[in-house]
Structures are given as C-alpha cells and as structure tokens.
Ligand binder design. Structure first.
Ligand SMILES: *Cc1c(COP(=O)(O)O)cnc(C)c1O
Length: 401
C-alpha cells in the first residue's frame, strides 16, 4: 500500500478501507451457508459509510440496523427494505413507525413492552408488524465485558421463558406476525462454540414454537465473529456454520447472520502523522500523533489492542513508546508500550485493524474534525467521505449567536 501517497493526497488522520477484502470476507461467510437459504445482514454500526454499504448491497447483503438512522443509511445505499433487520433495546415509537412504513424484513424485539408498542403502532398503520424476538440464552461469550451481551446480567433480549410468552401473545395478535428467532451473545468471539451452543438453545425454543403453529421462518444467529488484532486465531468459520446447520437439523429455516467486525475490521487502517516526540522524566517515550481517541476510541474504551506500524525507518532499531493523541485526557492513547523505530515530526504511522468501530465510534470531542475516509477497490483509491471542516462543527449553533 502506498501510504505516503495516500497521506499526501488526502491528508491525515485518514481512514483507508480495502473494499476487495470486504467482498472476499462476505463471500467466504456466505459460501459457508451455501447449502441452505441464508441472508448475511451486515451490522451497519461497525462502519456505516454509505459507499461501503452500497458495495455490500450490490453483493446482495442485507443489513442489521440498530437505529432508524442506520435503516435510512442502508436504504440510501440501495438496500432492499425486505433485507433490513432492525434491532436494539430502545427503539422509540417514531422509529418503529418509520421502520414499519418502510416495510423492513423484521423488527427484532427486546422486551414485552416494546412488543406491545410495536403492536399499537402496527394497528394504527393498519398492517401487521413482522417481528422476531431476541432471546438471551444466558451463554458466556468469553469476550470483553463491554461487548458481552448474551448473559442474564446484560440488558439485551429476554429470557427463554419470557420469549415463549411473547411468542404466544404475538401469535394471537392481529397486528403481530412472529417470523423470526434472534440472539446475539457478544462481539469479538474468537471461539465461536458459544454461538453454536446458543443456536442449540434457541433451536429448541423454535421446535416448541413450530409445534404451536407459530410460523418461524428466520433463524438469526447475530454477529460476533472475531478477527485477528494481535495473535488471536482466526475463528473456524466452517465449524461455526456446520454447528449452526446441525442445530437446525430437520427445520426449514432461513439462516440470518449479522457480521459487523468480521467483514470490515481488518479491511481498515488509520493513517496518522507524528506531530512530536518527547521523553518523560522517568525516560518514558511518548509519540504524539495527529490521530486521537476521538478518531479511534477502542484503545481508550475497551483497552483494545491495535497494531501500530511505522511506514519508514523500518530497519532501524525499535524502542518502546506510548502512541498518544492531542486530546486533553490521559486516556487518549492509540497504543501503549508500542515498539517503534526512531521517528520525527511528519513521519507516518499505520494503525491496523481499524475498519470496524473506528470511524463509526468517532466524535468531535475537543472540537476536532473527523477524518476523511478512502476506499481502495480494484487497485485504485477514491474518497468516500470528505474530511470534516470547522463549519461542519458549528453549523447547528452559529445561528443562535
Ligand atoms: C453489534 C451487533 C452485531 C455485530 O457485531 P459484530 O461483533 O461486529 O459482528 C450484530 N447484531 C447485533 C444485534 C448487534 O448489536
């Protein structure tokens, strides 16, 4: 990759995504379910850039959205409404109404109160709401606590017992059409066996539902497939898919999965330039970069590891340092104890594996403008989001001065 050329052309900090890599990941996952009806719904929150969504829509992907804003992004990018799923613990009445009007594939419901609201909204619109219920199977995904979602102590979904009551209610309702069963137990799972375990639990629930003539068509296993940031082993997709297929033996269901990180995480890199270097009193070396926690918050938020590489001086002897941003927080770092060669102001660094939960979690903290985004596809690069400018930051405020 011509990092220097890209940094020269688009400036830094800069997000760069390899679209060909995303396509190959999509195809690798989709082909695992080739023997069955399946829908790979990309989890938009991982990276919601419109050009990226459009590329996936062109491949036939569906979309898993967690806000009406994400649903609208998917539509603008060319998604078919019947391939859009809407999940999330706190959908508002307005959001539910808009989603039903759009005619999405299904609402993934996360509480009985939410189901009652969906029923009322559907009634007022005069058409039934297609729903799925997010079952919390109480399985430990063995990942970081902030990205675990499938334990009883987490806020997500409902217990098996509650789900069954909800399905029974929905079956009797004129304005609810239960079509799916859903779970999503956590993110960045490098051992996917907890997902297979959850699939077995939820499949047993579906067996009971089918026996009660509740016509479940979609079996949604959520996302969570982990990626390699450091030395994690790539999860075994074949075993994952075979495990899910085995859990569904004898049932004619469409398998839905909702990968986010798996598709885009390792497609992306964050390019940043060194501003300064300094050595603290105890000899600690700090490399201060033009990218900060507002651009990539994962290290600060989850102590997440991102490999950081220099672009030049690669043959020089390395020394450890903390790579930190200009933000006024001690938690503002991209990496700690990173081995890097001698660097000077203007040198480029590449922060790896930044395609998922990078730009999409970015903010304007410290009144910093967010980076530009660039796609690499078929050997050429193009801008897919312009760098923000100061006017973007103040446009909703300045008229009130
Ligand atoms: C976040 C999320 C996903 C995607 O998770 P990844 O770990 O990025 O694959 C899928 N489904 C739901 C409901 C989510 O909230």
């Amino acid at each position: 990759m011509d990092y220097s050329g890209l940094a020269e052309k688009y400036g830094t900090p800069l997000y760069v995504y390899d679209f060909d890599y995303i396509k190959s990941r999509y195809n690798a996952l989709k082909s695992q379910f080739a023997a069955r009806k399946s829908l790979v719904c990309y989890a938009v929150k991982a990276n919601s850039n419109l050009s990226l969504l459009k590329m996936l829509a062109n491949l036939g992907a569906g979309f898993d959205c967690v806000s009406i804003g994400e649903v609208k992004r998917a539509l603008i990018a060319g998604a078919k409404p019947y391939k859009i799923i809407y999940s999330g613990v706190g959908k508002s009445e307005e959001e539910i109404a808009q989603a039903l009007n759009i005619g999405i594939l299904m609402l993934n419901l996360e509480s009985s109160e939410e189901m009652l609201l969906a029923e009322r909204v559907a009634k007022s619109l005069g058409k039934p709401a297609k729903i799925s219920i997010r079952i919390n199977p109480n399985i430990d995904p063995k990942t970081h606590p902030y990205i675990s979602t499938g334990l009883s102590e987490n806020k997500f979904g409902v217990s098996v017992a509650d789900a069954k009551k909800m399905y029974l209610y929905a079956k009797k309702s004129e304005f609810l059409e239960p079509v799916g069963a859903h779970f999503h137990i956590g993110s960045q799972l490098t051992d996917l066996s907890p997902i297979v375990e959850a699939a077995n639990i939820v499949s047993d629930v579906v067996t009971e539902l089918l026996a009660m003539e509740i016509d479940i068509k979609f079996f949604d296993v959520g996302g969570g497939i982990g990626i390699t940031y450091e030395n994690e082993l790539e999860p075994d997709l074949y075993a994952y898919a075979q495990g899910i297929l085995a859990a569904l033996k004898g049932k004619d269901l469409t398998i839905v999965c909702e990968p986010g990180r798996f598709l885009v995480g390792n497609s992306g890199e964050l390019l940043t330039r060194v501003l300064y270097q300094k050595t603290g009193e105890k000899g600690k070396r700090f490399v201060i970069t033009d990218a900060a926690m507002n651009d990539l918050i994962r290290p600060s938020l989850y102590q997440a590891y991102h490999e950081i590489k220099a672009v030049s001086n690669l043959n020089d002897e390395t020394q450890t340092c903390d790579v930190v941003g200009p933000i006024c927080e001690s938690g503002d770092f991209l990496g700690k104890n990173v081995s890097l060669p001698p660097l000077k102001s203007g040198d480029l660094l590449v922060v790896k594996s930044a395609g998922a939960y990078g730009f999409s979690m970015s903010s304007n903290y410290n009144s910093r403008t967010r980076p530009a985004e660039v796609a690499i596809e078929d050997g050429s690069d193009r801008l897919i989001r312009a760098r923000e400018n100061f006017d973007d930051l103040i446009k909703n405020e300045k008229e009130y001065l």
